[in-house]
Design a binder for this molecule. Structure first.
Ligand SMILES: [Zn+2]
Length: 133
């Protein structure tokens, strides 16, 4: 497992930083569907500017988000095959599960289309279906 050795002593071992990266990763995914529609409707010369304004900014070095992407990959692979996990992966997966659960509690899924919405939204931001009460 070369990837594990490579990450030893880096982002993978900084659980506090990884927790922040996971929160930012979920927020980024949440913002991306609306942001991408707006960016696509923006003239090409202003798209980079729009992207910067509409998507949340990452606050940590790339290694944190690369590790989060690795954990998400491991999580998916574990649904179909058994893997031997390193301790940093097990800790990372537990943290990821907690943060996903926290994010989903704060952003309940629309009963019509499944897209996450703000906690007290009355209308789905994706399908415009009523979701209040
Ligand atoms: Zn919806």
């Amino acid at each position: 497992m070369d990837a594990i050795r490579h990450f030893k002593g880096s982002a993978a071992c900084d659980l506090k930083g990884l927790r922040t990266a996971a929160q930012e990763f979920f927020e980024e995914g949440y913002a991306s569907s609306e942001a991408n529609r707006t960016i696509a409707a923006t003239p090409p010369e202003h798209q980079a500017e729009a992207r910067k304004a509409l998507l949340p900014q990452r606050t940590l070095p790339d290694g944190y988000y690369i590790w989060i992407a690795h954990l998400i990959w491991v999580e998916r692979v574990l649904e179909i095959v058994r893997l031997d996990l390193a301790a940093v992966e097990v800790e990372g997966l537990l943290m990821l599960k907690q943060e996903r659960s926290r994010f989903q509690s704060a952003h309940p899924a629309c009963p019509h289309c499944g897209m996450p919405n703000e906690m007290h939204a009355l209308v789905c931001r994706e399908c415009m279906g009523e979701i209040g009460k």
